[in-house]
Design a protein around this ligand. Sequence first.
Ligand code: TRP
Length: 449
Amino acid sequence: MEKRDGFASKFGVIAAAAGSAIGLGNIWRFPYVAGENGGAAFILVYLFFVVVIGVPVMLSEFTIGRRAQRNPIGAFDKLRPGSQWKWVGVMGVVVAFMILAFYSTVAGWTLQYVYLSLANAFAGKDSAALNDMFVSFQTSSFLPVFWQVVFMLLTAWIVLAGIEKGIEKYTKILMPLLFVIIIILDIRAVTLSGAGEGLAFLFNPDFSKITSSTILEALGQAFFSLSIGMGVLITYGSYMPKNNNLSNVAFEVSFFDTLIAILAGVAIFPAVFAFHIQPSAGPGLVFLTLPSIFQSMLGGYFFAVLFFLLLLVAALTSSISVLEVVVAYFVEEKNMSRKKATAIATASITILGVFATLSFGPLADFKILSKTVFDLLDFTSANIMLPLGGFFIVIFLGWVLSKKDVIDEISNKGQLKIKLFVIFYFIIRYIAPVAIGLIFLNGLGVFNL
Ligand code: TRP
């Protein structure tokens, strides 16, 4: 068997998986989706799904990857040669394509905000003026596309140069720093006058707001934020040393990912209410609220620059994990060189991405199934394709692989204690597939619970 690269330290494993998980999903998507779905009740459903479905699916991906020692497509084919299971891997490639197309739109907005904060462009503007500034940027044709292309080139460059390992070294410092900045923002946010309303929105659930679409959105957000359902973490699992306790890694990564999302919410919602912004303002929410906070705090210029730069880094450590899936597929299944694979993947994703970006401006009226290109990519990938991928992943682990193989892999042939295995196995065999299936059919309106 060929010798694969591996992660050197236990912390390296967690840092890399957390790097993929923590990104725009926590700081941009979580608040905007929570805001559109009424806040606290949505968040409770979300937390429930992270624990009951997210962690088990994440552990399943790690297990499949480490067992097979392959990328997602190769992994299914190796464990069940010649079967149809490889299509789960192929689906992952398609979703990777879709996710990166709209992810790069938002990452492009982040780049613009790095630029604006460096240029001190928020200074002296009230929230109405900050709103105008964001909207006129977002709806224009050139600049958002320009930044999107820059972001895709950055992602491609990292993937091509193969310096993800080098990046790991920096993210070990930068992600904890992002964490600290968010805490500082939180402190400022909760001391704004009117903060109480925002905190109530976040933590005081109104269960009458829960509908079947809320539940589907919460499930989709859990999958998106944890980077599961697409095979990214199968690849990461394949790099993990055998003596690494996969279940601990799954718990730790999910814990930090969720913590960051909640802390981002604590920074944003008090500001939403203090500055009279609509919680349901949609994908622009973070960009509308945070500049107002920076404006109202000591050292705001400095914190704004640092925050948007770190958000960019967080977005990059996620986007490389997504692009890598597409590149690995082209290299390993289509026999392309790495260079050619990266070029083709980047170019085609960017082309699709431009449509997503322009759907806030010139293409705002171009709708498919009454959704703009951006909304369609966002909704379909997170709420439909990822849970569907997760469904097949848990079925594969629970019903296709033998129980003995699963135990062997997770416990490293009995050397590691695995807590809660009985619960995990019960979840992946029964609870997760049934829950995902029901939420799905219900959310899509096939029937009503
Ligand atoms: N989880 C990342 C974020 O929160 C996005 C991401 C990276 C992702 N890899 C993924 C989402 C794989 C789904 C599947 O920003």
